[in-house]
Design a protein around this ligand. Structure first.
Ligand code: ADP
Ligand code: MG
Length: 164
């Protein structure tokens, strides 16, 4: 009994620390400009080979964030949402960036047919909207960015699995 209480107490502490850590990492983005600034803080975390899951509802700002990252990497061309193409790729220094939007994905076979497996290589960063639509097919994420709607603006939280 005593041991049980001890374990529960330790677990409780871990959960509390986890919640505190999450709360501390949550950032409020008041407008699209703030989202672009947030991209600047995310960029140093990204390295070739990373898989980034972008979580959040429609209109949360996943594509906006990806576009802002591309601008920071000095890409000046059009950044379309890959809503219909599933993937848009950008060959840049310092890495290739593959932007996935799996909102409309019906089967992972569509990704196989596009040769998407080969995009997860050591020289690429893959940023994936709606990863839950291919969760059995996708590699795990090094970084998870979660964006939530606020009444005005957005909340964003980053989970950096590379630190684990
Ligand atoms: P998603 O890819 O998540 O579906 P988009 O990036 O296409 O969303 O669209 C997000 C919309 O929200 C855009 O109209 C953008 O201008 C706006 N937006 C982005 N960031 C913010 C923010 N921090 N506060 C308010 N609006 C934002
Ligand atoms: Mg999008």
């Amino acid at each position: 009994m005593a041991i049980r209480v001890k374990i529960r107490g330790f677990n409780g502490l871990l959960i509390l620390l986890g919640l505190m850590e999450q709360a501390l990492q949550r950032t409020f983005l008041e407008d699209e400009t703030a989202t672009a600034k947030f991209a600047a803080s995310l960029l140093p975390l990204l390295h070739a080979g990373d898989v980034v899951y972008l979580q959040g509802d429609l209109g949360a700002g996943k594509t906006t964030l990806t576009r802002a990252l591309l601008r920071l990497l000095a890409y000046t061309g059009t950044v379309n949402s890959p809503t219909y193409t599933l993937i848009e790729s950008y060959q840049l220094p310092p890495f290739d960036l593959h932007h996935f939007d799996l909102y409309r994905l019906k089967s992972a076979d569509e990704l196989e047919a596009l040769g998407a497996r080969d995009l997860f290589d050591a020289g690429s960063v893959c940023m994936i909207e709606w990863p839950q639509n291919a969760q059995d097919w996708l590699p795990g994420a090094n970084i998870v960015v979660e964006i939530e709607h606020a009444e005005q603006g957005r909340w964003v939280q980053v989970q950096n699995n590379k630190l684990d």
